[in-house]
Design a protein around this ligand. Structure first.
Ligand code: DAH
Length: 339
């Protein structure tokens, strides 16, 4: 019996030593100390011994059990430590690797240009308004002094939803909407999308953007219009920018003008950018026609005002020296990333 105990003890300790994982170690424990384990079996067979030898042998078995238990515990700690070290090694983070870059989007050149124009006019005390893209013919044309048979209606052919409702061809109808609110004075700009049935080319698109401007107050004169737009051009294109007002015709303003700015590329000497003329056209403007004021419920003998309309894409193309408007709509990230 003693020999068997000795043999069990030796194999158990050897197997514990060899165990290479916690699972394996547990198998060893069950095999020797478990309910059906070898040591338990040996205890059960103690009845084969003479009664007087039993206590001493029992003590021996318990000592062996304690030895095996201690060996198991020691090995368990060793294996646990090794497993932890292995895990740390495998999950190591190389802090010297470059961080993954987040792909952060940014504003479209049209948006940058719009916000720049808004910033300039807000600085002059203007409010930013909005009007509907789907508009009544009445607001887009009639209230702007463009009656049904007016030739200007041909130039601004658009998409009709019904006989009375269309996609606005200009942001000018927001003028009428602002005046009809009946709150004076008015100092506002209205950026927004407009539509025309134009073919797509480098300078045309069936959908583009304008920024409308309107000021109505007592004693507003053409000098105010000139000063305002001169200041606008300087802030937008640089302090040395000169402006030129050329007489023009718009049905809703009288007198009307188109405004050119001195070429910011060559300073006015003439270059490829300004097609040799030294000037670049940027907007239309004029004094609000008295009939327009009347139609919108404002007394033209008391109030006067000026208005202007800027093409937003035109500003973006000029500011960033882009030579094809289509690039602004194609949404090619390689292009957009440059601004
Ligand atoms: N709405 C005009 C256009 O689309 C631009 C314009 C010209 C607006 C003169 C104005 C203005 O407010 O006074 O061609």
């Amino acid at each position: 019996m003693k020999d068997r105990l000795q043999a069990i003890s030796e194999t158990a300790l050897a197997q514990i030593k060899q165990a290479s994982g916690l699972d394996q170690l547990n198998d060893v424990r069950v095999d020797f100390l478990g309910k059906k384990g070898q040591l338990t079996a040996l205890l059960k067979s103690m009845k084969e011994l003479a009664p007087e030898d039993r206590p001493a042998f029992g003590q021996l078995v318990n000592q062996t059990r304690e030895q095996i238990e201690a060996a198991l515990e020691e090995k368990k700690q060793l294996l646990k430590q090794a497993a932890l070290e292995q895990q740390l090694k495998e999950e190591v983070i190389d802090v010297t690797l470059p961080a993954k870059k987040n792909n952060v989007g940014h504003r479209h050149p049209n948006t940058i240009a719009r916000e720049e124009v808004e910033r300039i006019f807000i600085g002059m005390g203007y409010e930013v308004m909005e009007g509907p893209e789907i508009e009544y013919d009445e607001y887009n044309f009639e209230k702007l002094n463009i009656p049904a048979d007016h030739p200007a209606k041909d130039e601004q052919d658009t998409f009709y939803i019904s006989k009375e409702i269309l996609l606005r061809t200009q942001t000018s109808p927001v003028q009428a909407r602002a005046m009809e609110k009946g709150k004076l004075p008015i100092r506002m700009i209205a950026p927004g999308r407009v539509f025309r049935s134009d073919e797509v080319d480098a300078t045309h698109s069936p959908s583009f953007h304008q920024i409308e401007g309107l000021v109505i107050d007592k004693n507003v004169t053409f000098a105010d219009l000139k000063g305002t737009l001169e200041q606008f051009a300087k802030e937008l294109f640089g302090e040395e920018t000169k402006t030129k007002f050329r007489p023009h015709h718009f049905p809703f303003t009288e007198p009307s003008a188109e405004v050119d700015v001195s070429c910011f590329k060559c300073g006015g000497k003439g270059c490829r950018f300004c097609k040799g003329s030294g000037w670049i056209e940027i907007l239309g403007c004029g004094m609000v026609h008295p009939h327009v004021l009347e139609m919108c419920g404002i007394d033209p003998t008391v109030y006067t005002g000026f208005a202007f309309g800027v093409g937003l894409e035109r500003i973006a193309l000029l500011k960033y020296e882009i030579d094809d408007m289509r690039l602004l709509y194609e949404n090619d990230v390689r292009f957009l990333k440059q601004f």
